[in-house]
Write a new protein. Structure first.
Lengths: 271, 215, 215
């Protein structure tokens, strides 16, 4: 980071700018040091040595365009937003130079220039405010809270804490866990044939009425689509197996209709 | 107040000097600032925490430790002019990036501030982690969503922020009045001649921003 | 003592009242009791820590806080007779476990949430202690039973939860996209991932399960 150029904590905005030749050189060297076109514009504006409110936006536009031209001549990579700003300033310049068109409903060149000057002034103001804020006496550096953490240990109580950042990160972690997962067969989403057999056998003892296959799925396996699919597949296979053993009856009205199961009746009532 | 409560108050409330001692001990033992309401809860029934606190503030005036107002609360803090003696207590503070410092200032002066608002002022997009760092320091927290399209979330500063920077309230931010008067906390340039000082009352947003008085 | 040191001492030592303030601030900020020698090291050259401490002890006599001798050192302590006021301060602060934070986050975003729902999202079963801690903290409470088979109980967050996390309402919690934008999520979504928007999940099953969206 080109601290010398950017460190506003040591350079209030009404400080006269350094030698312009030095600054011009810095501009050449430090394209990457600027935090975007607005930052660069603010730097250029300071070279005008006037109150930001009295700045010549036309001159500023020219300074900026000259900078961009020079940077390109030096084959420096300029990020797209610098070029967008250049295009906008070229347009602004033309609007400032040409006589105002008939009322076309768009803001005039002067209004746009005032808007830009305002943005620069506001950014500068915020930087000064930030510097003033950081220069204040600060807790733990200039003034202190009590050093010892407790006075009386009459009744110890554990207080659990968590910050909002912890909470948000916790949620983010849970919701994106899948994104990180390496490509592995996810065993936790597979309901095995053995599990299904065991479960169905246990349930079928009491299943006197017809019940949909889906209603026999275990809790926790019905909502997540992957788990549900696995549970249905293994339960279906298990049902076939049990039917073969004569323990359950399976009914389906037509192709792709829901499957119904019930315990096999040995009085011959099955189909 | 019933007769019963009245009587209780009469018999139970300790004399003012004793209440002052109690407030002193409670503030001394607490790491975080405590509001008058919190002090009241801990004092015996019928006490007047406001009056006790006033006595205590008077007593600590000019001492090595003083009673500081922090947002809605009060806490004991060492006098800033003695900071040089405490160097060995000073914790290594994380050096904040310029982006984080500016973002913090923008949130503090423009709160409640949206991400888009911060980006507009800085003219660059907010990099990953900047907000994260400030949340982690507990200097900012989520505010109300702004009732504009998309209901963007907003950020506001916390009591810990006030405590860290020794501020009584967000109204006491350095230079905030001048910035407001100059229209620099508005989202658009002052109407008409930019050199004219904006009228006092045009900053509805700011009033809104600091709507809640401490206490 | 050389002539040089002597002269320095004459010019530099602050007046006794100032030395007293300094001792007060140093003892207040120190994490452990300090001996006279340690106080002497921290005070400006030529100070008399013994005399300053004596003045301070005198000043704090009978106050809510007093200067106590602890082994070879000195420390500020709340007056023993006020211990009854301090009970709440005798606490130990510990960070919540990751499981508890994740569970709390899921309840906050998906409330009312059932135990099975939480387990499904976290992909692990919920230990009893986790819910107990959150209930104990009064950050969650029991909600309505869900009208599904088994009528499982649900959990919702409380006002104390909002207070602790500085939230206006649970609706103000940022969505996944906002978290990502704020840099709280390090990963970028895999290409074609449709799930971009926050608490609302694309997965119909999840929506069903949790019924009411936080919106």
């Amino acid at each position: 980071m080109p601290e010398a150029v950017l460190d506003l904590e040591t350079q209030p905005f009404d400080t006269p700018p350094r030698d312009q030749a030095v600054e011009a050189e810095m501009l050449n060297v430090n394209v990457d040091g600027f935090e975007g076109p607005l930052d660069l514009l603010l730097m250029l504006a300071r070279t005008q040595k006037v109150d930001l409110r009295k700045i010549s936006v036309l001159q500023l536009a020219e300074q900026y365009l000259a900078f961009v031209t020079e940077a390109r001549a030096l084959r420096l990579e300029l990020a797209a937003d610098y070029l967008v700003m250049a295009a906008w300033l070229t347009w602004l310049k033309s609007r400032l130079l040409l006589p105002p068109p008939h009322d076309d409903g768009e803001p005039s060149g002067d209004e746009l220039a005032a808007r830009l000057a305002f943005q620069l002034e506001r950014l500068e103001a915020m930087r000064r405010a930030a510097a003033q804020l950081m220069a204040r006496d600060r807790l733990g550096r200039d003034f202190f809270a009590r050093g010892m953490s407790e006075t009386v240990t009459v009744r110890r109580r554990t207080e659990w804490t968590a910050s909002l950042a912890d909470l948000l990160r916790g949620y983010a972690r849970v919701k994106t866990r899948d994104e990180y997962r390496p490509l592995l067969v996810d065993r936790s989403a597979i309901f095995s044939m053995d599990q299904a057999l065991e479960r169905l056998k246990a349930l079928m003892g009491a299943a006197i009425e017809w019940g949909q296959l889906a209603s026999f799925l275990p809790e926790g396996w019905t909502l997540d689509p992957a788990r549900r699919r696995s549970a249905i597949a293994s339960s279906f296979a298990a049902a076939l197996e049990l039917a073969k053993l004569g323990q359950v009856e399976i009914r389906q009205e037509e192709s792709f209709a829901p499957l119904y199961l019930r315990a096999a009746r040995h009085d011959g009532g099955g189909q | 107040m019933t007769l019963m409560e009245n009587a209780e108050a009469l018999f139970d409330a300790p004399p003012p000097a004793e209440q002052e001692r109690m407030v002193e001990a409670i503030l001394f033992a607490s790491a975080e600032p405590l509001s008058l309401a919190q002090l009241g809860e801990r004092l015996p029934h019928g006490s007047d925490p406001g009056a006790a606190l006033e006595l205590l503030r008077e007593r600590y005036r000019g001492r090595g430790v003083s009673v500081a107002r922090i947002g809605p609360g009060w806490a004991l803090r060492t006098a800033p002019d003695l900071g040089f003696l405490m160097r060995r207590e000073a914790k290594e503070t994380r050096r904040l990036s310029r982006a984080a410092i500016e973002t913090l200032a923008i949130i503090a002066y423009h709160q409640p501030a949206t991400r888009a608002g911060i980006e507009e002022i800085r003219g660059v997009s907010l990099s990953r982690g900047t907000i994260d760092i400030l949340l982690d320091l507990e200097w900012i927290q989520l505010g109300r969503r702004r009732e504009t399209p998309g209901r963007p979330i907003t950020f506001v500063t916390t009591v810990a922020f006030l405590d860290h920077f020794g501020l009584e309230s967000a109204r006491d931010l350095p230079g905030i009045k001048e910035l407001r008067d100059a229209g620099l906390l508005d989202s658009t340039p002052p109407p008409g001649d930019a050199e004219e000082d904006g009228p006092e009352d045009q900053d509805g947003g700011i009033e809104d921003m600091f709507g809640d008085e401490p206490e």
